[in-house]
Ligand binder design. Structure first.
Ligand code: RM4
Ligand code: MN
Length: 387
């Protein structure tokens, strides 16, 4: 109890952005199972995201994907979000669902197609100006499937040029965030496969260009917390896309596959200065809920992040440093494990109640009637997240 009291204040203001697409139906290449109550519009996705925030106090903003969430009037959408108690956050560009991009977008050999992709990003920046969003997040599907198919170096050079053109348009209070992913949909090479490539590209642009780390975008066994440390050390960790994976980019609930990994990541975030009011690092979920209900899926996710943040805050950093300096291998390890094994759930429930939030947000949501209401109201809500 006492230990928790010491860190309680640091949990204040924690914010985890929700992806609008988590509320739509999604699936695998084999089948998409529809869920009753699925939003039929971006306005309904925002209403659902706001519901997650209402029950947890942890999710004050929602990220949009353009064109999935395209509307004619973004000022109106911004007001709609504000009415529901949330803000519009990161704008995600999409250059992976157009026939023209079969052989790449920002890296394409044809200048006309590159310009089309650049223009799409300009349109996204216009959206950001209207929504008040800070971050333009770029994830590229660009890559190739067969050795020899593409000129790897030429593509990297064209990518640098395209990104520089987009970066010039970014406002003084805005950021360009470049996400990496080691494979898929391309299987031989990907143009931004790893943090090093993303770092090299954004470092060449300037201070307002940073890296997005999606936890599902690494080869199995990758030490992700090491990358967190390095990017923070270099001042280039812009944001996280949180999710869990067992095999590939599974997009499961963050903290479900490997809570210890989430704890280790949060520990390096905290130790590296990436957490709290003085940090610019943005925390987002990037998940799909294929077989579980989506709103509880998102509630569970933000609670998992909060729980592992609390445990990581509990690490006795002085004791850890002393053990590390003394070469006390198992002593240092134990300091970390003591915090990891601390069950903070009861403390967090009390912490929530003190702030007028439900002690058990999962249960409160289940008892609220919201799910029944959307299931009754949203007839024909079979929309996929990517339409
Ligand atoms: C990609 C990447 C992006 C996300 C899309 C939907 O794999 O993770 O962040 O916007 O999927
Ligand atoms: Mn992502």
């Amino acid at each position: 109890m006492t230990d928790f009291a010491a860190i309680a204040a640091q949990l204040e203001g924690q914010a985890i952005e929700l992806p609008s697409w988590a509320f739509g139906n999604s699936g695998t290449r084999f089948k998409v199972f529809g869920t009753a109550g699925t939003p039929r519009s971006v306005e309904e996705k925002i209403a659902d995201a706001a519901t997650v925030h209402r029950f947890t106090g942890l999710a004050p903003s929602v990220a949009l994907h353009i064109p999935w969430d395209h509307v004619d009037d973004y000022e109106k959408l911004r007001a709609h979000a504000a009415d529901h108690g949330v803000a519009l956050g990161t704008i995600n560009s999409n250059t992976f669902q157009d026939d023209d991009y079969k052989f790449g977008a920002l890296t394409h050999v044809d200048p006309k197609i590159r310009q089309k992709a650049i223009d799409h990003h300009f349109a996204c920046i216009d959206v950001m100006d209207a929504t008040g969003s800070r971050d333009l997040k770029i994830w590229l599907a660009d890559g190739s499937n067969y050795a020899g198919q593409a000129d790897l170096r030429g593509r990297q050079d064209r990518l640098a040029e395209s990104l520089a053109t987009i970066y010039e348009r970014i406002g003084d209070d805005q950021r360009l965030v470049l996400e990496y992913k080691f494979f898929e949909p391309a299987f031989y090479h990907t143009d931004v496969p790893d943090w090093g490539t993303s770092y090299a590209q954004v470092a060449a642009l300037g201070d307002r260009a940073v890296v997005c780390l999606d936890t599902g975008h690494h080869a199995p066994g990758t030490n992700i917390e090491f990358i967190v440390m390095q990017l923070l050390r270099l001042g280039k960790l812009g944001s996280f896309d949180f999710n869990s994976r067992y095999y590939a980019d599974d997009d499961l609930i963050v903290g479900s596959a490997d809570p210890f990994q989430l704890f280790r990541i949060m520990f390096e975030v905290i130790r590296g200065g990436g957490y709290g009011p003085d940090s610019d690092v943005a925390f987002m979920l990037d998940q799909c809920h294929n077989v579980e209900e989506k709103i509880p899926g998102q509630i569970r996710s933000v609670l998992n992040v909060q729980e592992m943040t609390a445990r990581a805050l509990l690490v006795d950093r002085d004791a850890l440093a002393a053990a590390q300096e003394a070469g006390d291998v198992l002593g240092a390890h134990q300091v970390l494990m003591d915090a990891f094994y601390t069950d903070v759930r009861a403390d967090l429930a009390a912490w929530r109640e003190e702030r007028g939030l439900p002690a058990d947000p999962m249960r409160a949501y289940a008892e609220s009637g919201y799910q029944e209401q959307i299931e009754a109201e949203r007839v024909g809500g079979t929309q996929m997240s990517w339409t």
